[in-house]
Design a protein around this ligand. Structure first.
Ligand code: 13P
Ligand code: SF4
Length: 344
């Protein structure tokens, strides 16, 4: 019999317990640490089940900025946890598995972006939030899949834009805004870029009346064939309204929607659309992470402050977070007012 509350040595030890006990430990330790679990829509269903907040990159960053928890455990990939740390520097940000990175974010480095900026000194830099803190620090403003069009529209039409790192999202935004001055980085997401029209045709044949919803990280020909192009949070909203959907995105979201709406017909556009990086997080690693207060996400303060500027400009534009007034900030500092959600 394992004594509750005593940390076990490795994640494997937690994996050998029954899932109910692992969940119990997670909830217990979470309360003890005043922690919040933020989970991305692509997480395994069992992680989604214990998350306090589930969402897309925008929603998760808004939540990270607003939470009054002392510890944020981020179940997603590294850039998401880093974003939480940039927005909430006073909090401990933990990741169940530090190897959960985003290959798309790794397409561009701070050095490479500085070199491109030197060649286009007049350009504004828009960094998709799927990027490192160093890249965000080199950028004027960030965007997510749900606000990319709005962010780009906020930049004067005649000003060139360097858009990193997703070429598919860049092209989508270019088309939606009617601009012809976006310099797109040649990065992509292997999960979305690998989806092809043949897979869509097969899914459509099997479900001719289904709504086709595709994430903007997919290739142009798939976006052109979709009924709706939207972020993962947009897809969750559509799942409430429609009975039959073909989802052009990662499996984790489809699995949860199926669990949530067992009577509906929800199918993945591609059975191969699985983000191995997101799936590195498991319930056992989450329990280990809380018990050991690891792995902590840290970063250089100078980079954090510069990256914060780009993120804050995005959040202000999205109407999802407003900086506290001077009076509110003073009360917060004095511990009289808890930092709360400034959602509009
Ligand atoms: P969302 O912001 O739509 O959740 O997308 C994040 C992501 O990593 C998609 O691959
Ligand atoms: Fe990165 Fe693609 Fe995985 Fe999203 S699905 S985290 S963009 S690799």
């Amino acid at each position: 019999m394992i004594e509750r509350g005593v940390p076990l040595a490795t994640a494997l030890d937690y994996a050998s317990l029954n899932p109910g006990e692992v969940t119990e430990r997670i909830l217990l330790r979470k309360k003890e640490l005043n922690a919040v679990i933020l989970g991305h829509n692509y997480q395994r269903v069992e992680i989604q089940d214990v998350s306090d907040y589930l969402g897309d990159s925008l929603g998760l960053s808004q939540e990270a900025a607003a939470t009054d928890a002392d510890v944020i455990v981020f179940c997603g990939v590294h850039f998401m946890a880093e974003t939480a740390k940039i927005l909430s520097p006073g909090k401990t940000v933990l990741m169940p598995d530090l190897r959960a990175g985003c290959p798309m974010a790794d397409f561009v480095t701070g050095d490479a972006l500085r070199r491109l900026k030197a060649r286009h000194p007049d350009a504004a830099v828009v960094a998709y939030v799927n990027s490192t803190a160093e890249v965000k620090a080199e950028s004027d403003i960030c965007c997510t899949s749900s606000n990319a069009v709005k962010v780009v529209e906020s930049i004067p039409r005649d000003r060139p834009i360097i858009f990193v790192p997703d070429r598919n999202l860049a092209r989508y935004v270019e088309e939606r805004t009617g601009r012809d001055n976006i310099i797109a980085w040649d990065g992509y997401c292997y999960v979305h870029d690998d989806m092809v029209l043949e897979e869509l045709a097969t899914a459509r044949k099997a479900h001719p009346n289904a709504l086709v919803v595709v994430h903007p990280e997919a290739r142009r020909e798939l976006l052109d064939a979709a009924d709706v192009v939207t972020s993962t949070a947009g897809m969750v909203d559509l799942a409430e309204e429609h009975d039959s959907i073909i989802f052009g995105t990662e499996r984790g979201l489809v699995d949860r929607m199926r669990q949530q709406f067992p009577g509906k017909t929800f199918v993945p556009l591609s059975g191969a659309a699985i983000c191995g990086n997101m799936k590195l997080n498991t319930l056992a690693k989450l329990a280990w992470s809380l018990d050991h207060r690891a792995h902590e996400v840290t970063m250089d303060e100078e980079i954090r402050v510069r990256a914060h500027g780009a993120l804050q400009r995005m959040l202000e534009l999205s109407g999802g977070w407003q900086a506290p007034s001077e009076e509110e900030a003073a009360l917060e500092l004095a511990g009289v007012r808890s930092s709360g959600c400034g959602c509009g």
